[in-house]
Design a protein around this ligand. Structure first.
Ligand SMILES: [Zn+2]
Length: 211
């Protein structure tokens, strides 16, 4: 091996090491509903409290035992999980494939950014709420602690590329970075994206630096 080749090999090894140090776990989010207390009251009864079934990776967030039916013009989904705690406004997150089944088009948005989005119908038995907005396809994102963001050299709301490793590695573009001390560092993709990259539990990704 020539000296140049050796240097190249060492540089490659260092890059790999830095990438693995800055990598994070990827999680795939299925379709789910966030509810306002007002809509929770309508669907489950006045003053109803959600029942935690399982903590999620983001501190304070949890999947609930309660399930809902989500109805669109063409089709519906039963047993859709509600994620707690309650929020200021109800929001339904689906994949683009789900949209085809529902017969609705939903825009790709960051969570909470629901102005001008289409509505959808939520049902719990014979109790129904007709949302006039709130149906979105979540924009893929990385939740980061301020420490991890600083280490990776990225800022809140920055748009980056993320390479997801595995049997079917894929570089995702247009990934939004979300930084908060309330977060744990994880990337979130939906099931369409998960299938595209051969996602399995434990799949990791890392930010690709623009040269
Ligand atoms: Zn998320």
């Amino acid at each position: 091996m020539s000296l140049d080749q050796l240097v190249d090999k060492i540089v490659e090894k260092i890059q790999d090491e830095l990438e693995s140090r800055e990598s994070f776990e990827v999680e795939a989010s299925g379709r789910h509903v966030h509810l306002s207390q007002k809509d929770l009251d309508t669907l489950f009864g006045h003053g109803y409290q959600l029942t935690k079934a399982k903590d999620l990776s983001q501190p304070g967030q949890y999947a609930c035992q309660e399930r809902l039916t989500v109805l669109g013009p063409k089709g519906s989904f039963h047993n859709v999980v509600i994620l707690g705690p309650v929020r200021g406004e109800s929001q339904v997150e689906v994949s683009l494939t789900d949209c085809l089944q529902l017969g609705t088009k939903a825009p790709i948005r960051e969570s909470g950014d629901i102005e001008g989005t289409p509505g959808v119908i939520l049902a719990n038995g014979n109790k129904v709420v007709s949302l006039d907005k709130g149906l979105i396809v979540a924009k893929r994102h990385v939740h980061m602690t301020p420490e991890d963001a600083a280490r990776a050299g990225v800022e809140n709301h920055e748009i980056v590329q993320v390479k997801v490793e595995g049997e079917r590695p894929l570089i995702f573009d247009d990934v939004v970075i979300r930084v908060s001390p309330k977060f744990a560092t994880y990337m979130h993709i939906d099931y369409d994206e998960a299938n595209a990259c051969g996602f399995k539990k434990g799949t990791r990704g890392h930010i690709i630096k623009k040269k």
